[in-house]
Design a binder for this molecule. Structure first.
Ligand code: GRF
Length: 199
């Protein structure tokens, strides 16, 4: 199975998936990284791993549709069957979601449906919740609202800062995302309405 990983920044989740492919946990091939930010560290990681990357900036296209059409063209060229959003800071449009229906995963640094959006870690800390965590979910046409595949909770400590909490969240992410990708690749995820059954 050919996988594409979409990134905008550091790419540590891409790295975790790539490491799991290398050590045989995920029996699939990362055929492409799609990155909308030419200065993302994720691109260095792809280069080091020998993984082909497509740098594609939204500003090079007149409309979002044209931007995504170019992405889809490249995904089709590589016969991509699974897309992993990993710190990709854009909302994917309905055309991409429909073309790859139930084949797009995302990781979110909070326990959805709480703290959707781009600041899940900060928002959970500011709100004062005692538990937060990580969610891996399918992507549908509503942001951070697709069926949930895996979640893991962690306790927020009184002296946590955004940095200390982020560190523990990332540790969980790097374990949970490869696990979810593996389940997908092995055909073990069944979607029944909002529920994902692991077989
Ligand atoms: C992660 O915290 C992920 O949950 C969120 O964006 C961050 C990406 O980090 N969607 P990285 O680029 O994978 O290091």
């Amino acid at each position: 199975m050919n996988i594409a990983v979409f990134c905008s920044g550091n790419g540590s989740n891409f790295q975790a998936i790539a490491d799991s492919v290398k050590n045989g946990g995920i029996k699939a091939n990362i055929a492409l990284m799609v990155c909308d930010n030419p200065s993302a560290y994720a691109l260095e990681r792809a280069k080091k791993e020998g993984i082909n990357s497509l740098v594609i900036e939204r500003k090079s296209f007149k409309t979002k549709d044209e931007y995504e059409a170019e992405i889809i063209k490249n995904l089709e060229k590589e016969n991509i069957e699974l897309i992993c959003l990993a710190g990709y800071m854009r909302i994917v449009s309905p055309s991409l979601v429909q073309r790859y229906s139930n084949k797009i995963l995302n990781i979110h640094p909070a326990l959805l449906p709480s703290f959707k959006g781009t600041q899940g870690i900060k928002d959970a800390l500011d709100y004062g919740v005692k538990l937060s965590g990580v969610t891996v979910h399918f992507v549908n046409d509503k942001m951070d609202q697709g069926p949930i595949i895996l979640q893991e909770a962690l306790e927020i400590k009184d002296d946590d800062t955004e940095k200390s909490l982020a560190e523990r969240i990332h540790q969980i992410e790097h374990k949970l995302y490869p696990q979810a990708v593996r389940l997908f690749v092995e055909g073990r995820l069944g979607i029944e309405g909002r529920k994902v059954k692991i077989r």
